[in-house]
Design a protein around this ligand. Structure first.
Ligand SMILES: [Zn+2]
Length: 72
């Protein structure tokens, strides 16, 4: 009887950890792939090509270059 309960508890814990891991994985993937439609700095529309090429980008090319140089 004790073995049965231990087994059941172990299975449930495993399932919960897997579900949590999957949830966190999905959440982080979505966050990485979410590119902004407009530049967060100047409000210019970010071209589709850039949004595709740089998943998760939040700045237009001009502002990104300034940010990379530490000028923003
Ligand atoms: Zn910009």
């Amino acid at each position: 009887m004790t073995d049965l309960i231990d087994h059941a508890n172990g299975t449930e814990t495993q399932f919960t950890e897997m579900a949590l891991a999957n949830h966190l994985l999905r959440a982080s993937q979505n966050a990485e792939k979410e590119s902004a439609l407009d530049c967060k700095e100047c409000g210019e529309q970010i071209p589709e090509a850039r949004r595709e090429a740089s998943k998760g980008c939040q700045l237009c090319i001009d502002c990104q270059q300034l940010a990379d140089r530490g000028q923003l």
